[in-house]
Write a protein that binds this ligand. Sequence first.
Ligand code: ZN
Length: 329
Amino acid sequence: MVLKSLRQDIYFDDIEERPVNARHIYLERKLRSAINHAYKHAPAAREIMEKARVKPADIHNVKSLVRLPIIRRNDLIERQKAAPPYGGFLAIKPEAVERVFISAGPLREPLHSVKSKPFAMSLWAAGFRKGDIVINAFNYNLSPEGMLIHEGLRQCGATVIPSGGSSMEMQIQTMRDLKVNGYAGTPSVLLILIKKAEEMELDFKTVFNLERAWFTGELLSPENRKMLEENYGIDTRQAYTVMEAGGANAYECPQKTGLHLSDDYVVEIADPVTGNQLKPGDTGEIVVTPIDNKAWGLIRYGTGEMASCITERCACGRTAHRIQVIKPQ
Ligand SMILES: [Zn+2]
């Protein structure tokens, strides 16, 4: 539901300007509930907690998460091999799983809904609205990006063309014929589309209508951002996503000074060796715990990617802390 207020054009939802203290209280309450749920319903989560000699009541705030080990992608793959199909992390009844995505490993990721408000918030902050025509260049086949981002764009009111996986020629023709003004995908695919169009002797800036682009899956280099914005007039935004954890998402606002964390994950910046939490400004591993995803009893998922946390208030008015992602995804 889109926010009905005078600030509607800035925020998708008024939780984006929730007072810092209220957000902190909310996150810790949801964290306690998620830990209890995982302990009760996900055998792998219970086993990990018992091995660490931790009871759900011991994880009463974000700081206390350090008592648990960081779980990494390879751990998930190994656990799924040993206890198929979900490695003991499924925390709802199997018939309640809406979709199953599969990535390399193979790693099976159950999702109970692709309607993700944080993705809508991310795309809204990038300027997508009703009346926009957007090509979604993410693959819809097996991987979650295509459908999650599709639903997020729909929640913003945009018309979506599911172009992921089709040929470059087809995507170029579609962008031209349908006067596409928005792009969701990786930076590298957009750069290839522009290059290909120019090889076809089409002047991208005058023949196409592309106004905004939303990227995830790769970091956008400052050089490419400058080039896309200055040479082609495309407003660019980046988002950071962790699909293994059910689509954790942090997103850029118009300030483009770091990515705001969404409220359905607890994110720690941790020392990758000791697992200790680091202070704002220090660079460490991005570790996420879903707190609004009953399907997946995953606690402290270590992404292997590095970032620092910015706690200063952002000029856009959003109150969520930001991360500056350093290592490419
Ligand atoms: Zn901001």
